[in-house]
Design a protein around this ligand. Structure first.
Ligand SMILES: *Cc1c(COP(=O)(O)O)cnc(C)c1O
Ligand SMILES: [Zn+2]
Length: 421
């Protein structure tokens, strides 16, 4: 019988057994996990999935592991929120937010990919895991490694925000700051993976790691009642999550778990780091790497490893891309917080700001169901929002002072009206 899983080159289709590997020996193309969908057809049903605990491992047949999950037993199954107030504000009919700012244990989409990579690292017998990171991956690898009792080496750009450094070091990894930007860190990590017997989750475990991102898409479909949104707006950094959400939708269609509504994928990037969106807008075959300069640090990757596959997934689905300036990103963070009570980091603001542009330009019709992927939590990057506020009022602890304040504020600004549905 054919094995359930194998690795296949995305370019020349050469197949490899399941092993730590990044590229194809024949053509240096990236390798991807493929499944024997025929064998899964009758085995992997809605009833089976629904009978399982509410975490990302409920989709384990479509994740590249052999045995029991070893990490992330509480990761995934984040809220899918019908965003009524925001939809009213944007003038669209049906808007959902897939909210990985609530992911466990480190509040970003990265807990999905790391849960799978760390499980795979343990299956392969590695005792040390590591990563090249713009911040959220560092948090996640450090936390999952701590919980699994593994050593961790985390490599980050030297000028990463202090909140992200502290939020990583608390888990006790070896954290190394590298002079240069993310692309320099990543290049070094490829050499480290060659030299040391470590599982660098986004380097030599990349084919397994990236599969974890599919669970974001599986959950959207299941939480919508086994239905796909017509439009999904996804942030792009290294280019993992967008093509993997597209793959998750196609797998569900193929296994007969959802109807094929021809789901459309749209890419979101910051204007200060938008190689993919620019290539889509200019209708070029290849993207040009950039030097990032944006507040959206966690998606500031100027030379995305899977950028080509992002463009392919967007184009094949009939989607488009949009990028947002820093001011628009921070405005969108505020809008999401004020309308839906969700505090996302600039990456989430970028995605919402891009979605707004795609709606305004007509690329996303106002009457079609839309899902915006919120991938990170704003409490990690409060300093970027700080400058958008004036001083909060300070008063004496007397009711008269409070009454004066409320009365003068009421004259200046009418109270917020609740939206009722
Ligand atoms: C890593 C990350 C992304 C997307 O990264 P990809 O490499 O494109 O998968 C998006 N948002 C946040 C907050 C991230 O940390
Ligand atoms: Zn190949």
């Amino acid at each position: 019988m054919k094995p359930l899983l194998s690795l296949q080159c995305k370019e020349c289709d050469h197949e490899y057994p399941i092993e730590p590997r990044t590229v194809c020996d024949e053509c240096f193309g990236p390798v991807e996990v493929i499944y024997d969908y025929g064998q899964l057809q009758d085995r992997f049903t809605r009833q089976l999935i629904e009978s399982r605990p509410r975490n990302l491992w409920r989709y384990r047949e479509l994740l590249p592991v052999d045995g029991e999950p070893r990490s992330g037993l509480q990761s995934g199954w984040t809220p899918l929120i019908p965003a009524r107030r925001l939809a009213a504000e944007l003038g669209v009919r049906e808007l959902y937010l897939k909210d990985d700012s609530a992911n466990y244990p480190t509040f970003s989409y990265k807990d999905r990919v790391v849960a799978v990579a760390v499980t795979k690292a343990i299956e392969f017998g590695f005792e040390t895991v590591g990563c090249a990171s713009t911040g959220n991956l560092a948090h996640s690898v450090a936390a999952h490694a701590a919980a699994a009792g593994l050593e961790a080496f985390v490599m980050v750009p030297h000028d990463l925000e202090e909140g992200k450094i502290v939020g990583t070091r608390v888990f006790g990894p070896r954290l190394v700051k590298i002079r240069g930007n993310y692309d320099d860190v990543n290049r070094l990590c490829a050499q480290i993976a060659d030299k040391y017997p470590w599982a660098l989750v986004n380097v030599n475990l990349r084919p397994f790691y990236t599969e974890g991102a599919k669970t974001h898409g599986f959950e959207i479909a299941e939480q919508l009642g086994w239905r796909l949104p017509r439009h999904t707006v996804v942030p792009v950094a290294g280019g993992t999550i967008l093509p993997k959400i597209a793959k998750s939708y196609q797998e569900l269609i193929r296994l007969g778990l959802v109807e094929d509504n021809k789901p459309v994928m749209h890419a979101a990037q910051a204007a200060g780091c938008n190689p993919i969106v620019k290539a889509l807008e200019d209708e070029e075959d290849l993207f040009h790497p950039q030097k990032p300069k944006t507040v959206a640090r966690s998606i500031a990757i100027g030379n995305p490893a899977d950028g080509y596959y992002v463009m392919k997934a967007v184009r094949e689905s009939g989607g488009w891309g949009a990028s947002a300036e820093d001011a628009e990103i921070l405005d969108a963070v505020g809008l999401l917080a004020r309308t839906e009570g969700i505090f996302t980091e600039p990456a989430g603001g970028t995605t919402l700001a891009a979605a707004i542009k795609l709606i305004q330009s007509g690329r996303i019709p106002r009457d079609e169901p839309i899902c915006v992927c919120i991938t990170g939590n704003g409490l990690k990057t409060i300093e970027v929002m700080q400058e958008t506020f004036t001083q909060a009022p300070v008063i004496e602890a007397r009711i008269e002072a409070f009454t004066d304040l409320v009365e003068s504020a009421r004259e200046a600004q009418p109270a917020r009206q609740p939206v009722t549905h």
